[in-house]
Write a protein that binds this ligand. Structure first.
Ligand code: ZN
Length: 253
């Protein structure tokens, strides 16, 4: 009879059935997390587009307000100009009826002031009209851009809703598969797994690699190591509490 001293170490690794199923559950859970993140990303894109549209609307509104104020100013200056024109007519008429040179000089000075005022007003009105024209052109361009952005947003919303519905369908399907796996797993182990899942982010069931828990990376004692490797008991990491298993050959890195 040949006795092999390393016999126990050569024994095939027996993975606990609950742990084997939990590994499948964990993969499903990771997929759900990934899908949920995908939904979040899509929703974020919609929010960004909505913010862009809102900003464009605000800018257009602000510009309309500025144009309104300029039109008010224009109206006021138009009235001033009309008054000034009437006043000048009166002065010119009066100039014809004065008798003394002194009176004529006084009226001529008034006429000159009135003409200067008119020139200034006309110049200002031209400048205001130019500004209004520029702003109206800008509004038109912005409205075209808003129209495009709004159409893009509508299309994005429609596509996102469709995608999210599809993903939610996938998630429901995964949850069903999980339920089926859960039926055959010890309830206490499930409870522990779900407690772990609150903080492990998909690393509740981890392999032992180089003598350490692959979740918290703490070395485990040779005794625990032997239990993981040589028995089919469910073993928890003494440091972090994760469920440990011995990886099969093709899983080792
Ligand atoms: Zn650990």
């Amino acid at each position: 009879m040949i006795v092999c001293p390393g016999n126990t170490l050569l024994r095939e690794v027996v993975l606990n059935e609950d742990v084997r199923k939990l590994l499948k559950v964990q993969e499903l859970d990771k997929e759900v997390v990934r899908l949920a993140e995908e939904i979040e990303k899509m929703q974020k894109k919609v929010e960004e587009k909505e913010a862009e549209v809102r900003m464009q609307k605000d800018n257009i509104e602000a510009l309309h307000k500025e144009i309104g104020e300029l039109l008010e100013d224009k109206k006021f200056k138009d009235e001033l100009l009309n008054e000034s024109v009437e006043n000048l007519k009166k002065l010119e008429k009066k100039a014809k009826s004065v008798t003394t040179e002194k009176q004529l000089n006084a009226i001529n000075t008034e006429i000159e002031i009135s003409r200067t005022n008119q020139d200034i007003l006309e110049e200002k009105l031209l400048s205001i009209m130019g500004t209004i024209e520029e702003k109206e052109k800008a509004v038109k361009e912005m409205e075209t851009s808003l129209d495009t952005a709004q159409r893009e947003l509508d299309a994005l919303k429609k596509a996102t809703t469709e995608n999210i519905n599809q993903i939610n369908g996938d998630i429901n399907e995964i949850e069903e598969r999980k339920k089926i796996l859960y039926k055959d797993i010890d309830a206490k182990i499930i409870k522990r797994y779900e407690e772990l899942n609150r903080w492990t982010k998909g690393t509740s069931v981890v392999p032992v690699r180089q003598g350490a828990c692959y979740g918290c990376f703490m070395k485990i004692t040779p005794q625990t190591l032997a239990t993981v490797k040589e028995t089919d008991e469910v073993v928890f990491c003494p440091n972090c509490g994760r469920i440990l298993y011995w990886p099969e050959e093709d899983e080792k890195k």
